[in-house]
Design a protein around this ligand. Structure first.
Ligand code: MG
Length: 255
């Protein structure tokens, strides 16, 4: 189909101003929302694809966007379009650092069930390298509630357990608002909305601080951006199709 020019916007210049904004109701001059081509949803056989404006952290081919804790090359395995934890090689972090984002991560716990509770398909998705959203095989596997799949580790269990069976691909979609600091003071805490496999696990949940094991937590000043960290918890968990979209403001005009 030939590309046709969209018709000019319609609107009004004589309507009241919307309170708290500089725009009129149905303002003819209000910028058109930026166009983003959506990606595709994943299936068990096939990873999804990112939207057109996403920053891709892992596209299934290599770990060039990742590093080990000491800054050296990430030592996890890449094959068949996914990366896989190589136990005892350590956590890996994205080279890219970011603050407020929409994050998408697909992961898969080992099909062969070994161990139980926190020993089964354990990994983790750490926003800003500090705030863990638990990755665990919680399909017919009980553990402490705030360590369940999708839990904000040690703080909040997920609202529900939406885990698929081991060996199935699962999908995290996280909207992350980074904490703000002024000097050495916390201005506003981190906040997250989380879906697992399309099911809501947390809605605008305010975090108490970085996630901790067997301890309560408190905020400590850190930079406004940070990496995505994936955990080596000695289980060969797989990841694919990892991307983020920085959150942008309304009426943002991008050249
Ligand atoms: Mg974990």
């Amino acid at each position: 189909m030939a590309e046709s020019k969209p018709p000019p916007p319609v609107g009004y210049d004589d309507t009241p101003i919307i309170p708290g904004s500089c725009w009129r109701v149905h303002d003819i001059k209000r910028p058109q929302p930026r166009v983003v081509a959506p990606g595709t949803f994943s299936t068990q056989e096939q990873a999804g694809t990112p939207p057109s404006d996403a920053v891709v952290l892992f596209d299934g081919t290599d770990l060039s966007g990742w590093k080990a804790k000491d800054g050296s090359e990430a030592k996890w395995k890449v094959e068949n379009g996914y990366m896989e934890v190589v136990p005892k090689t350590g956590d890996i972090s994205s080279k890219a650092e970011f603050g407020d984002v929409q994050l998408h991560v697909e992961w898969c716990a080992p099909a062969a069930v070994e161990s139980s509770s926190q020993g089964r398909g354990n990994s983790g998705v750490f926003l800003m390298g500090r705030y863990e959203f638990q990755v665990l095989d919680c399909y017919q596997n009980q553990t402490y509630a705030d360590g369940t799949t999708g839990g904000i580790y040690g703080q909040y269990p997920p609202l529900v357990n939406a885990c698929r069976k081991p060996g199935d691909w699962q999908v995290y979609d996280i909207v992350w608002i980074a904490p703000r600091f002024v000097g050495d003071q916390l201005l506003s805490p981190a906040c997250a909305t989380v879906f697992l496999n399309g099911v809501l696990l947390h809605h605008a949940k305010v975090l108490q601080g970085p996630t901790q094991h067997k301890k309560t937590t408190a905020y400590e000043v850190h930079p406004g951006v940070g990496p995505l960290k994936l955990q080596d918890h000695s289980n060969p968990v797989r990841f694919r199709n990892i991307w983020y979209r920085p959150l942008t403001a309304y009426d943002q005009v991008v050249e």
